[in-house]
Design a protein around this ligand. Structure first.
Ligand code: NAP
Length: 334
């Protein structure tokens, strides 16, 4: 049994506590904390969690907590991850690993110092059966080399305080990871472009934006990013290979015929769209954490996504590609 402490009892924090509690018999959530203690107390009551800690730091150092799940807001991730690694505890951190590549480097340095991988990043799309099948086909070589990816991320709304930069570091970060994973290569250069703005998007941030990337083998990727005001939560991905294309399947949905129309419902949020991916992701993390290993997306993957996110945000308004420069990959992650 893996005894887990969860930091951050908001939307995804509660979702993960629910799946750890009800779907994963080898996991027990023994502690939780939140910026607002009332939120943590309510969550503890809802899921029968024994202990509520006032701070994430107290939870991380609590002796009964063997592994940590970080589901607090982005700005808090890096310091909680560092504290957990310092304690030598396994940690699952929701994306992004940090808000800058510099902070990811500090986490990598700590793991390298301990000669031990302890961190998994919440890039759950790698566990989605659709993306996994795309990866299998690419790796099989059946369709030849991948040449291009056309991707799109359309969402309904964002919370207060959202910025153009967060469109990259918080939202497109999923695409930055999954495209890199599908292609099996790092990025060479990147830029973000502002396009004609949607009339209903005058909220103080760029929407839509287009991300352009070049892989180190010359593949090209375009990502349409509509973080708000879209018709639903719609994630698309097409990989163009030498001998054919591979498309991410849409989630299963019944087809209704009525009033001389044929229609299919669309999902409106990430929790439903990727429910299966999250279930598999956390079950795998628990299994591997119990065996003392990290088999999913590592600190290196979190770092790689943050490096390109930093480059993209620096490129805003410049109208040119900027190079993506990464540190040498430590032996630990090879
Ligand atoms: P949320 O609903 O705002 O929840 C975040 C929670 O963290 C809130 O309860 C917040 O409290 C709390 N918090 C803020 N500062 C804290 C601190 N210093 N220590 C402990 N708790 C703190 O946001 P969310 O949608 O659940 O997102 C949480 C994280 O998960 C984000 O990093 C996000 O990027 C990630 N996420 C990932 C996915 C995915 O697809 N993998 C999907 C959704 C979210 P207050 O509300 O009281 O400030």
């Amino acid at each position: 049994m893996l005894k887990i402490g969860v930091i951050g009892c908001g939307a995804i924090g509660k979702e993960h506590i629910r799946r750890l509690t009800h779907l994963i018999p080898a996991a027990e959530v023994v502690a939780c904390s939140d910026y607002f203690i009332e939120t943590a107390e309510e969550t503890a009551q809802l899921y029968g969690i024994k202990t509520v800690y006032k701070t994430g730091e107290e939870l991380i150092s609590a002796p009964e907590v063997e592994a940590i799940v970080i589901t607090s807001v982005d700005a808090t991730h890096a310091s909680y991850v560092l504290a957990a690694v310092r304690m030598g505890k396994q940690v699952f951190c929701e994306k992004p690993l940090a808000q800058t590549a510099d902070d990811c480097e500090k986490i990598i340095a700590k793991e390298v110092l301990q000669q031990r991988k302890l961190v998994q990043v919440g890039f759950m799309r790698r566990y989605d059966p659709g993306y996994a099948e795309m990866k299998r086909i690419i790796n099989s070589g059946e369709l030849g080399a991948p040449l291009m990816i056309h991707a799109c991320h359309r969402n309904v709304s964002q919370g207060k305080g959202f910025t153009s930069e967060m469109g990259i570091t918080n939202v497109a970060i999923h695409e930055l990871d999954i495209c890199r994973w599908l292609l099996g290569e790092e990025y060479k250069q990147a830029q973000v472009l502002k396009v004609r703005q949607s009339a209903c998007s005058a909220k103080g941030y760029d929407n839509p934006q287009i991300v352009l990337l070049e892989g180190e083998n010359g593949s090209r990727i375009d990502i349409e990013l509509q973080v708000a005001d879209a018709y639903g939560y719609d994630i698309q991905c097409q990989v163009v290979c030498e001998k054919g294309t591979i498309n991410l399947p849409d989630p299963t949905s019944v087809i209704m015929r009525s009033n001389a129309r044929c229609s299919v419902g669309l999902l409106t949020d990430w929790a439903d769209r990727f429910i299966e991916a999250y279930d598999i992701e956390l079950a795998e993390w628990v299994k591997n954490a119990l065996a003392g290993r990290v088999a999913g997306p590592s600190s290196w993957d979190g770092y790689a996504a943050c490096v390109v996110a930093d480059v993209l945000n620096r490129s805003r308004g410049k109208n040119e590609f900027l190079p993506v420069v990464m540190m040498d990959k430590p032996e630990l992650y090879k």
